[in-house]
Ligand binder design. Structure first.
Ligand code: SF4
Ligand code: SF4
Length: 372
């Protein structure tokens, strides 16, 4: 049975950037966000085995599963290729996910981060699509799909080989349309042409498109004083045909309230607004930015405890505003809690897991030159 698109809310709650207190997920705070989201009539939650070091699925149990009837929400999670060493690991991980989340089925289940090379090879080696179909037959998964970070060529190949794919999750936002690594537009075109429902991740590019500096923010505000800067990024993807649901990794109630307001009586972008997005994209691209989405896949395994996305955030700010003392203070705070950019020993762990394929070691050398 294919996904009933009428039941999918346009805004999905991504559980990868939940609020934390003293290094642990703040469940009380998450409960308030879940309540606000559910009260707005929306009910799609996206977690993964690896989010928050394995604690995001548990947070879903505490803040959602224990507090709402099972048929009132949809919960999605993902199988991590990089944790699979042998066939039996797949069932072990899946059973652990059911237990962590406190459910006996997942509404949507994804093979996490298919990309050229390692991950896709693992999913094929262990025949994970057939395994997913078996879980569907057993009622433990309602719908099977994958999240995708690879090339357009591989996407076509995977879809040809696996017509059982019911949906695909891709990174899509107005800035990455022309990004030569992400190639969002091409990925979108392939899926739209095949009528495969699209779930969008990183619509605000890890928060970057929520605050673009006074000048660009001002252009958005001059056009629509009533709309937040982040809302433009969400409205852009929400306007595209074929987009089923847009995930936002919300971290506080303010973001939640702003996003709910964007998707309540949703207003697609009109032609003049789309033109403004094109102009602003060109403005942003004048200053090259490190394409880090702050997904934090790279940080748990860093032996030097470098907060890589925070370092890149600082560099991006300084590339645009070289004298910004607040950015330097921010970096010094981050570095005092972990490693400095210059502490990198070049082990390559981070580059192996970065879905944006960033040359992290080289970028940290640049960062160290500016910051250390
Ligand atoms: S290459 Fe550097 S930043 Fe990356 S994991 Fe190793 S030490 Fe950490
Ligand atoms: S460097 Fe890559 S893996 Fe690390 S947070 Fe940024 S995008 Fe994610």
């Amino acid at each position: 049975m294919s996904i009933d698109l009428s039941k999918m809310p346009k805004l999905g709650f991504g559980l990868m950037r939940l609020p934390e207190t003293n290094g642990s997920i703040d469940i009380e705070h998450v409960c308030k966000m879940v309540d606000a989201y559910m009260n707005a009539g929306m009910n799609y939650f996206d977690t993964a085995y690896v989010y928050h070091g394995g604690k995001s699925e548990v947070a879903a149990r505490e803040a959602l599963v224990k507090r709402y009837p099972r048929d009132s929400f949809m919960l999605a999670t993902k199988l991590p290729a990089w944790e699979i060493r042998k066939e039996s690991d797949i069932d072990r991980i899946f059973n652990e996910q059911l237990e962590r989340a406190g459910v006996d089925y997942f509404d949507l289940y994804l093979l996490h981060s298919i990309e050229d090379g390692n991950n896709y090879e693992v999913y094929e080696k262990y025949d994970c699509f057939s395994w997913g179909m078996k879980m569907k037959e057993e009622g433990k998964i309602k719908h099977l799909g994958f999240s995708y970070h690879g090339s357009p060529e591989l996407l076509t190949q995977v879809l040809d080989k696996h017509p059982e794919t019911e949906f695909v999750q891709i990174q899509l936002n107005y800035l990455d349309r022309s990004n030569p690594v992400v190639r969002s537009q091409k990925l979108y075109d392939i899926l739209a042409e095949r009528n495969i429902p699209i779930i969008v991740m990183e619509p605000v590019r890890g928060g970057m498109l929520a605050d673009l500096g006074a000048e660009i923010n001002g252009k958005f505000k001059a056009k629509r004083a009533d709309k937040s800067v982040a809302s433009w990024a969400l409205r852009f993807v929400g306007t595209l045909p074929g987009v089923m649901t847009i995930l936002s990794g919300m971290s506080n109630e303010e973001q939640m309230a702003d996003n709910i307001s964007t998707f309540t009586d949703f207003e697609p972008l009109d032609d003049s607004e789309m033109q403004l997005i094109d102009e602003i994209t060109a403005d942003i691209l004048k200053v090259p930015q490190i394409g880090c989405t702050a997904c934090k896949y790279c940080t748990p395994g860093c032996p030097m405890k470098i907060s890589i996305p925070d370092v890149f955030r600082t560099v991006n700010t300084l590339r645009r505003y070289p004298d910004d003392w607040r950015a330097k203070n921010f970096y010094n705070g981050v570095a005092s809690r972990g490693g400095r950019a210059g502490d990198c020993i070049g082990c390559g762990q981070c580059e192996g897991v970065c879905p944006q394929h960033l040359p992290i070691i080289e970028l940290l050398k640049e960062a160290s030159g500016i910051l250390d």
